[in-house]
Design a binder for this molecule. Structure first.
Ligand code: SF4
Length: 319
């Protein structure tokens, strides 16, 4: 995938504030994005990339297609300039499912928008309601179809551990998201950020945050679904930053949350393999060896506990 230059538009266009969301903490900035600032960000990013790099510009952190059209156009006029000069390969943006229609999509296509990251978050209407998303699962189905029909690449963003979520609602969300045949998915287990309604709910004892171990188990359930459907998972968990390290107060936040989730998936596979064989030697593809062994050899330890007396060895298949 081409490298991405993020241009954060924190909360721009958002008609409401979702209970979990604090884009200012995630992006580490609060200023409104302007065309001038966009130009500066792109110029600066290109100056440090190797010669000839043609990254994608990505308008993240808000509901881009719900921003007043003239402001969208002013920002896209800047990326148009860079595209015309061959300095960008494409534009991508994140937005809400209820802010997508045919006219918007054709307009975005004219500006070189090749990928839309749609915030599905959950496919359970009660979870969406409790999270104050302001849209339904049906909106995500409709928007996803339109995006695919328009020939735009579709990335669906999902969450785990929202108010009302259970292991089952999260697994169901993965199933329903997979059925929409996105080109990729992101999975964000919920971290409790300051200045959010979720923070207040948690403080009042009305919300139980996910811990990292549980998040890894739920994410592994989702990974199973997406792997079966051959859908790439391009991110698990928030990208750790100094700002987040300082401000996340509870919930699922760990620099290796993605790896922990993959470890859990491999643990399940290897356990099933041991149940079906007599010996303790397990073969995995070389590229998956470190995920199969797990962080600090956690899977080896777990499997030794589960199968006492077996000499557990995890080896690369092609060595
Ligand atoms: S999750 Fe998306 S729609 Fe909700 S407040 Fe945050 S940026 Fe806006």
């Amino acid at each position: 995938m081409a490298s991405i230059v993020p241009v954060f538009v924190p909360h721009a266009g958002c008609p409401c504030r979702c209970v979990f969301c604090n884009q200012r903490a995630i992006a580490g900035q609060s200023a409104r994005m302007t065309p001038e600032r966009t130009r500066e960000i792109l110029t600066q990013a290109l100056s440090v990339l190797p010669d000839g790099s043609t990254p994608q510009a990505a308008f993240y952190g808000g509901s881009f297609t719900a921003i007043p059209v003239e402001e969208q156009e002013a920002l896209l006029a800047v990326t148009d300039e860079f595209l015309a000069q061959g300095k960008l390969s494409a534009v991508r943006l994140s937005t809400r499912p209820d802010a997508i229609d045919e006219d918007t999509l054709s307009r975005l296509r004219r500006h070189g928008v090749a990928t839309i990251e749609l915030g599905a978050q959950s496919m359970d209407d009660e979870v969406l309601r409790l999270s104050r998303r302001g849209h339904t699962a049906a909106d995500t189905v409709r928007a996803s179809r339109l995006i695919r029909q328009e020939g735009v690449s579709l990335i669906l963003q999902t969450m785990a551990g929202l108010p009302g979520d259970t292991r089952e609602t999260v697994r169901q969300t993965a199933e329903r998201v997979a059925a929409l045949e996105p080109d990729g998915v992101r999975i964000y287990p919920v971290a409790v950020l300051p200045d959010t309604e979720l923070h207040d709910l948690w403080q009042a004892g009305n919300y139980t945050p996910l811990d990292n171990e549980t998040a890894a188990v739920w994410c592994a359930d989702m990974l199973e679904v997406f792997q079966r459907a051959d859908i790439p998972v391009i991110r698990i968990g928030l990208n750790p930053t100094e700002e987040l390290n300082r401000t996340v107060e509870a919930g699922a936040y760990h620099p290796a949350l993605g790896e922990l989730s993959w470890n859990e998936l491999w643990y399940r596979r290897l356990r099933a393999q041991l149940e079906a064989q007599a010996g303790g030697t397990l073969y995995v593809p070389a590229r998956a060896l470190s995920r199969a062994i797990g962080q600090n050899r956690r899977n080896v330890q777990r499997l030794k506990r589960d199968f006492p007396g077996r000499d557990i060895r995890i080896k690369a298949q092609d060595t």
